[in-house]
Design a protein around this ligand. Structure first.
Ligand SMILES: [Zn+2]
Ligand SMILES: [Zn+2]
Length: 251
């Protein structure tokens, strides 16, 4: 499978990258993982929005889902390649995703609903989306959030979503070929429990899980991805990459 970074800025979009958004492709199947501020624009570089096969949203913070509001406009009113084809796109997210999305899109137009566009469901272990098998674990974050392990054949990618330190995340990530892990807190930041990871903590999770590769993501524009990666290297001796929009990681 190929992982393409659509956006990787933490918490808010930055000058060089949209907020969180990722595209996974295998066997011609396109899975979108999170779609924060600006990520829907980047998505269009790689696949026609109407051709996306499934969407997985880790949690309902705006920097991970707000561009679904743009997706609605495109599917309803867009031209070729944007307007919905006959099927609904499966959309996996926390309980309340539909309500959150309707409120963000247009509270006054709720009666229209979104059922004609998306097939809503909540995460469940062993879920099959095309060639991918998914498993999940809740993370340490102020709202319901799930990290996800996405397996294709013998290979696996694990995405931390947003989280504070989490032994369950280490278990989910165990032995994964690639670990896409947030590193939001810079060394000089005030540390807040159960919210995000520091660079060192991202490295510790990667080391404990013995992953094949760590990809640092969700670094906010007020922090440095290079610093976060060098912090991670204090705890993890394997290969470390930095997520950047347009980067493609074969897994
Ligand atoms: Zn976030
Ligand atoms: Zn969050």
């Amino acid at each position: 499978m190929n992982l393409t970074i659509l956006g990787c800025s933490g918490s808010v979009p930055g000058p060089a990258t949209p907020a969180s958004g990722y595209l996974l492709e295998a066997e011609g199947y396109h899975l979108v993982l999170d779609l924060g501020h600006g990520a829907f624009g980047e998505l269009q570089r790689y696949v026609e929005p109407a051709d996306v096969d499934a969407i997985v949203i880790s949690h309902l913070h705006a920097d991970h889902m707000i561009d679904l509001t743009a997706y609605i406009v495109a599917l309803r009113y867009g031209g070729a390649g944007f307007r919905q084809r006959s099927r609904r796109i499966p959309l996996v997210g926390p309980a309340g995703t539909r309500d959150r999305l309707e409120a963000a899109y247009d509270p006054l137009a709720r009666k229209l609903g979104l059922h004609e566009l998306f097939g809503f469901s909540t995460p469940s272990d062993g879920m099959q989306l095309g060639p991918f098998t998914l498993s999940f674990t809740p993370t340490q974050h102020p709202v319901p959030t799930t990290a996800v392990r996405i397996a294709h054949g013998d290979t696996a990618l694990v995405y931390s979503a947003d989280t504070g330190p989490s032994p369950a995340l280490v278990e989910l990530a165990r032995g994964a070929d690639a670990f896409l892990c947030e590193a939001s807190f810079a060394p000089e930041d005030e540390y807040v429990p159960n919210l995000h990871l520091t660079g060192i903590q991202a490295g510790e999770h990667a080391a404990q899980a013995e992953v094949g590769k760590l990809i640092i993501t969700h670094v906010p524009p007020w922090a440095s991805a290079e610093v976060q990666a060098s912090e991670a290297a204090k705890a993890y001796s394997g290969p470390i990459e930095i997520a950047r929009p347009g980067a493609v990681f074969p897994i």
